[in-house]
Ligand binder design. Structure first.
Ligand SMILES: [Zn+2]
Length: 284
């Protein structure tokens, strides 16, 4: 390929990230991330796709400055989105940011199940207890520290993980003695950005305009409108209360506003945000 492929094109060609990606084919060849001016195989920033030789050399040469730990969920995303949405979206933003900063940043294996007790009344959702989830994330950070990683950005894609991680951050830092930061990738979205790009003015929401747009742009194979009839499904849905029922229906309606173009714009903004965050961590 003579010209580097743009990030937009790259996002379209990426087969999606998450643990599921570990068993999928590596991303399309001939792809260069924005800003590097050259080809980088997208595999190279993924810890779980790397060999021990590759990781050892990056560390020994002092090239690897920070690692991103994506955290997600496996939970119901209304009638039309795959359960892996939150894990896949956080991992995709992480991978794009790491590519932009290659070879300074790698992405650790994503945590594919989060704290989702609030969705257990909807079929398919998996949840971890708060303590289990926090322990898993901590021990991943601890493993990275053991190998000499001194800066970690936990990049989250699921709302239920926010409080458990925010409230554990000080403890992580105290125990590990390294720089551990936390953000959900949607922290990138100011009110102005939501108003500019989202007709519903909402992000992240849940399986509504934003997440559906994200999936259409990044991994359209995880959007399944075929056979979806919300009116028909409604009586079959277990609901907690009136609010839960109303919200589910509202999100299902807003999902129809989604376009891949909106998704591309929002993904780019999240990636730029993560890049900036990492740049500051590395410089600091
Ligand atoms: Zn979600």
């Amino acid at each position: 390929m003579s010209e580097p492929t743009s990030r937009r094109r790259f996002v379209q060609t990426l087969p999606g990230a998450s643990l599921a990606a570990a068993t999928a084919a590596p991303a399309a060849a001939g792809v260069a991330p924005a800003g590097t001016g050259g080809y980088v195989n997208p595999r190279r920033v993924l810890l779980w796709e790397s060999t021990r030789k590759e990781v050892r050399e990056l560390l020994a040469e002092g090239k690897l400055k920070a690692v991103i730990v994506p955290t997600g969920s496996t939970e119901q995303h209304n009638e039309h989105l795959a359960m892996i949405q939150d894990t896949a979206s956080a991992t995709l933003v992480a991978q794009q940011a790491a590519l932009a900063l290659y070879p300074q940043v790698m992405v650790a294996t994503p945590v594919p199940v989060g704290v989702s007790p609030h969705w257990m009344h909807r079929k398919g959702t998996l949840t971890l207890k708060r303590e289990t989830f926090v322990a898993v994330v901590f021990e991943i950070c601890e493993s990275l520290k053991t190998h000499g990683v001194e800066k970690i950005l936990i990049l989250n894609g699921h709302g239920g993980n926010v409080r458990p991680l925010r409230e554990s951050l000080e403890d992580f830092r105290a125990k590990l003695g390294i720089d551990v930061q936390f953000n959900s990738y949607w922290d990138a979205y100011t009110r102005e950005i939501k108003e500019k790009y989202m007709e519903s003015k909402t992000a992240p929401g849940h399986a509504a305009e934003f997440e559906t747009s994200f999936a259409m742009a990044a991994f359209p194979e995880r959007v399944h409108w075929e056979g979806v009839d919300y009116a028909k499904a409604k009586p079959l849905l277990a609901v907690k209360d009136e609010r839960d029922a109303a919200q589910d229906e509202k999100f299902a309606g807003e999902a129809k506003l989604a376009t891949s173009k909106k998704g591309e714009a929002m993904i780019s903004i999240a990636v730029d945000f993560a890049v900036e965050r990492l740049r500051k961590m590395i410089a600091g």
